[in-house]
Design a protein around this ligand. Structure first.
Ligand SMILES: Cc1cc2nc3c(=O)[nH]c(=O)nc-3n(C[C@H](O)[C@H](O)[C@H](O)COP(=O)(O)OP(=O)(O)OC[C@H]3O[C@@H](n4cnc5c(N)ncnc54)[C@H](O)[C@@H]3O)c2cc1C
Length: 372
């Protein structure tokens, strides 16, 4: 079988793969993306997509996320379009312990220079008049936070990448590699051989299976989350991301609201199938309706489960795989916030830049092990 030849084969067409491929192609590389299903079919297409660095510890991870959110500015300059939507985020807690923790978090963020203002429930209502919150409640306003439509960002990166020659092969699952010593020479995908000078594995929850084909273990947990989208609502019902007790929500590009909750996430298990759970959607709608005083005509339009790719210690794993000279990986939670930044940093390193100090605590070798 004849193999087609590229500078880089990127595995996975979620936001990380799209951002990495886009940067490499803009730098002049011939790039192919090998995607098992369709673009954004993984976590990227099933995400809450809040751009933030709010509950990201330790501090180096917080800073990476803050830079990730800021990277969208750079993306807007490069693509001539700002994908960021909304006008901040509001968070509040119900119990005394939660309020104390929220105050401490806001103070910690302030010392790090992150915009986080403690405001009253009355001030919350001045920003979002439909929210039902007691006037004397304690809330935090993160005025610079935004949300994005992640599949839209990914599609824009892929579309611009195509202009620079990126080839996207969908329905092309990677099933094997041909190696010579420390180098991968050929990737088997969708029954074809793809010859590439280097490989970037950006396969989300698929990373462990792919890395295993290369004789390594890299533990990535699959952390499911249940989200629902409501029917369209009149304009002006909500303009921000909101984290209220028992529910988080934001406007959705469809004109409805995107809803989630830690409690309903807990109904899903590591092996819960990615398919609609109508009951979960009704719980979320009930809570959103109580919070915003929604009319009974608002309904759930879609309920779905997304699987967060979360490396075993909760932090990103980005960079060269140990024992291999031409294979890199990028896998993380918070990947919508981090995707454009990590894609750029990974591409720069693959193109020969010195290792980025921003990634020093987030290298794959802290998690990988050689397998038989
Ligand atoms: C419910 C939920 C809420 C979230 N909320 C937020 C949030 O508010 N803010 C935030 O920043 N992040 C959030 N995230 C996390 C974020 O969505 C992910 O970190 C991000 O989408 C990961 O992108 P990715 O490109 O690495 O992976 P994915 O989008 O999963 O893409 C990986 C791709 O690789 C492909 N693939 C897998 N195996 C193979 C193979 N063998 N061959 C070829 N292709 C393969 C898959 O089909 C998939 O398309 C959330 C995630 C979920 C699920």
């Amino acid at each position: 079988m004849t193999a087609s030849t590229y500078d880089t084969a990127v595995i996975g067409a979620g936001i990380l793969g799209a951002a990495t491929a886009w940067r490499l192609a803009r730098a002049g590389q011939r790039v192919v993306i090998l995607e098992a299903g369709a673009a954004s079919a993984g976590a990227t297409g099933n995400s809450f997509s809040w751009l933030n660095a709010v509950s990201k510890e330790p501090e180096a991870y917080h800073r990476l996320n803050a830079l990730g959110a800021a990277e969208y500015e750079r993306l807007a300059d490069a693509l001539g379009r700002d994908f960021r939507q909304g006008s901040g985020c509001l968070e509040w807690a119900a119990e005394e312990d939660g309020i104390t923790a929220l105050r401490q978090k806001a103070a910690r963020l302030q010392t790090r220079g992150y915009a986080a203002e403690i405001i009253s429930g009355a001030a919350v209502r001045a920003l979002e008049p439909h929210l039902r919150i007691a006037s004397d409640a304690v809330a935090v306003h993160y005025p610079n936070d935004r949300w994005v439509d992640a599949p839209e960002v990914t599609a824009a990166l892929l579309a611009d990448g195509r202009k620079y020659g990126v080839e996207i092969r969908e329905a092309a699952p990677v099933t094997g590699f041909h190696r010579h010593g420390r180098r991968v020479l050929v990737v088997e995908a969708g029954g074809e051989w793809v010859q590439a000078e280097s490989v970037a594995i950006c396969a989300g929850t698929g990373v462990p299976a792919i890395v295993h084909m290369l004789g390594l273990a890299l533990p990535v947990n699959r952390q499911p989350g249940l989200l629902a989208i409501t029917s369209p609502l009149p304009a002006g019902i909500l303009s921000r991301v909101v984290y209220a007790p028992g529910i988080h929500l934001r406007p959705d590009s469809s004109g409805g609201l995107r809803l989630g909750a830690a409690g309903t996430d807990a109904l899903t298990l590591e092996d819960t199938p990615i398919e609609p759970i109508p009951g979960g959607g009704e719980i979320l709608l009930h809570r959103a309706a109580a919070l915003l005083g929604l009319s009974a005509s608002v309904s759930v339009k879609r309920v779905y489960i997304g699987a967060r790719p979360v490396p075993a210690d909760g932090l990103p794993a980005v960079g060269r795989l140990p024992g291999l000279d031409n294979v890199c990986v990028a896998v993380t939670h918070s990947g919508i916030t981090l995707g454009p930044l990590l894609g750029r940093l990974l591409a720069e390193e693959m193109l020969g830049s010195p290792p980025s100090s921003l990634l020093s605590g987030f290298r794959p070798e802290r998690l990988t092990q050689v397998v038989g």
